[in-house]
Design a protein around this ligand. Structure first.
Ligand SMILES: Cc1cc2nc3c(=O)[nH]c(=O)nc-3n(C[C@H](O)[C@H](O)[C@H](O)COP(=O)(O)O)c2cc1C
Length: 289
């Protein structure tokens, strides 16, 4: 069982400390662990060149090879891992751009619904090159968002955006931590409760690996959306609401002065981080030129 910790923060600073704390706990729970700090890695942004789709059409591996930088090294480590702990600093209320650069180049090229359809086609055609089986393997992920602000108000898009990391490959998110207030706390090491919570997350990740997704328990705040456990909800003029992260519709009501948001089982099952949700999108974009 391999657990990879990735920090998008400064070397030896807050994200590094928290990711390593989770890794130590995963190691104690029996995982083989590895740590990567990406701060000095060159991960350029996706240029939309379509090279990954061309490789697909030529029957080769679908991956971003057009830009020669450190992306492929990180991708390889992620594909080798069974579980991943991602720690990212909040810059301008969302995770640092380096993480988004990685997600854009990884996600579309490794979309699980598209990969399954492609693999099926290749098997039926007796193709020479099948897709890397690591792209189709189940993986488990935990997120740690780190912010300097005293209140959660300035880290609001941190954790929700981090979820895009495992979305397209249908990784199972086992839990998350919103470590804001680092400006006042000075270092996570001085925050016993946070360090304890982070160790719990690392242990929980290691213990979740290999379980059927529907048997994995969530570790963290429940949130409003029962699928992603975040609390960003889009509200229009009716009582229908949307979880913009999962892409699922729910209903808002006020009962005894309390706001209630509910999502049907059917909607929950078509969330973007499920194979059903991704397959729906795969068919939706088939007609695109
Ligand atoms: C460009 C920049 C923008 C930032 N924006 C925010 C922000 O919007 N909200 C917040 O809480 N912290 C913000 N911070 C503070 C960082 O999230 C904080 O210092 C964090 O600990 C950095 O992670 P690291 O210590 O692992 O490098 C920002 C820092 C930088 C450098």
């Amino acid at each position: 069982m391999k657990v990879l910790g990735i920090s998008f923060g400064r070397k030896n600073k807050n994200c590094d400390i928290l990711v390593k704390q989770a890794l130590f706990a995963a190691q104690e729970a029996g995982a083989e662990v590895k740590f990567i700090n990406t701060m000095n890695m060159k991960i350029s942004h996706c240029t939309g060149c379509g090279a990954c789709s061309k490789l697909r059409d030529q029957g080769k591996q679908i991956k971003c090879v057009a830009i020669k930088d450190d992306y492929l090294e990180l991708e390889n480590e992620i594909l080798n891992a069974d579980g991943i702990i991602v720690g990212a600093p909040v810059y301008s209320i969302a995770p640092t751009g380096q993480l988004k650069n990685y997600i854009d180049r990884f996600g579309a090229a490794h979309d699980r619904a598209a990969a399954l359809a492609e693999q099926d086609k290749r098997i039926k055609a007796g193709a020479e090159e099948l897709l890397d089986p690591r792209v189709l393997a189940d993986k488990y992920v935990a997120y740690i968002s780190v912010g300097g602000a005293k209140t959660p108000d300035w880290v609001s898009m941190g954790l929700p955006n981090m979820h895009m990391f495992g979305m397209s490959t249908v990784m199972k998110t086992v839990g998350q931590i919103d470590a804001y207030n680092m400006g006042t706390a000075v270092s996570p090491i001085l925050e016993d409760e946070l360090m304890e919570q982070t160790a719990k997350l690392g242990k929980h990740l290691a213990e979740s690996i290999g379980k059927p997704y529907d048997q994995v328990e969530w570790l963290g705040e429940e949130g409003v959306c029962p699928v992603c456990h975040n609390s960003i909800i889009t509200i229009g003029k009716t009582t229908e609401v949307l979880c913009p992260l999962c892409g699922i519709h729910g209903n808002l009501s006020i009962e005894d002065g309390e706001v209630k948001v509910t999502f049907s089982e059917k909607e929950q099952n078509r969330a973007r981080n499920t194979l059903e949700g991704l397959t729906e999108h795969y068919h939706e974009i088939q007609g695109f030129i």
